[in-house]
Design a protein around this ligand. Structure first.
Ligand code: BJW
Length: 231
């Protein structure tokens, strides 16, 4: 049995990582276009680097929660195909897996990038980057290149789409956990899974606008509803 799990900000919310779509329309006090688009970065690199530097630093203060651990435990005991696709740029799934099942290979795709990595604008080379990036950070990979956050901004193509699409095509069970379904292409994965004949389940605090696309809904805080659902 092939399982594809999609997670979003709701999975990390109870660890203390803020979700995105707050009612004021701002992203931690910033307009989304200012901090999460290539145009925003070109207009004010200092603001954007600082925004991500702060979020990168705050990762040190948060820990994986029971929902991350339940998914790592499921991955460790699942017999068939397993792919976890996260839209989250934090490293909490990675850390939960390292705690729960360090010896077992874990199929995890960070489709919107990772806060703890940086990318060279000239060569595309990605490196681990736990520290701060400067407004005009020179690349260690390519003369003339600059280092930018390894984050997929609006208008950019999410990572590893071919691998994700291939997994959805042979998927038997699709779980969508803690995501509003407001951002494409992730919001369309449920339709691809349905076309493959998969059973589809939404797990969220409350039904999302796309809830009718799922065969089943499980509603409540992820740390409470996910462990018994996956047990
Ligand atoms: C809980 C909980 C608890 C709370 N327990 N649950 C088609 C139609 C219209 C527009 C488009 C389209 N296709 C593309 C677009 C444009 C655009 C887009 O989607 N715009 C929409 C806003 C309309 N998409 C793009 O630009 C994407 N690129 C693209 O499409 O390229 C073209 C292409 C694709 C594929 C192949 C070839 C070409 C790129 C999107 C990049 C998104 N990046 C961001 C920012 C990252 C940077 C950063 O972190 O600063 O990623 S946007 C932001 O939203 C972030 C998230 O990963 C993403 C999803 O948000 P998520 O995770 O769903 O969070 P929330 O806050 O929305 O929801 C939280 C949920 O949790 C809620 O439902 C709560 O109820 C729940 N919850 N606590 C359980 N305790």
């Amino acid at each position: 049995m092939n399982l594809v799990v999609l997670t979003g900000a709701g999975v990390s919310a109870e660890s203390g990582v803020p979700t995105f779509r707050a009612s004021d329309g701002l992203w931690e006090g910033h307009r989304i276009e200012a901090v999460a688009t290539p145009e925003g970065f070109a207009a004010d690199p200092a603001l954007v680097q600082d925004f991500y530097n702060q979020r990168r630093r705050r990762l040190g203060d948060v820990q994986p929660n029971a929902a991350h651990r339940a998914l790592a435990d499921l991955a460790a005991r699942w017999d068939g195909g397993f792919l976890l696709v996260t839209q989250n740029v934090d490293d909490l799934h990675d850390r939960a897996h390292a705690e729960v099942a360090p010896a077992k290979r874990f199929e995890l795709i960070h489709m919107h990038g990772e806060l703890l990595k940086a990318r060279c604008t000239a060569s595309g080379v990605v490196s681990d980057w736990p520290g701060d990036l400067l407004a005009d950070h020179p690349s260690p990979h390519h003369p003339g290149g600059r280092m930018r956050p390894h984050i997929v901004w609006f208008g950019e193509i999410p990572l590893e789409m071919e691998r994700i699409e291939a997994a959805l095509e042979r998927c038997d069970l699709f779980l969508s956990i803690g995501t509003s379904g407001a951002v494409y292409p992730a919001a369309g994965f449920v339709q691809s899974a349905r076309m493959a004949g998969a059973r589809t389940v939404e797990i969220n605090l409350e039904p999302t606008p796309g809830a009718r696309l799922f065969d089943e809904g499980v509603y409540g805080p992820a740390t409470q509803v996910l462990p018994p659902f996956l047990a």
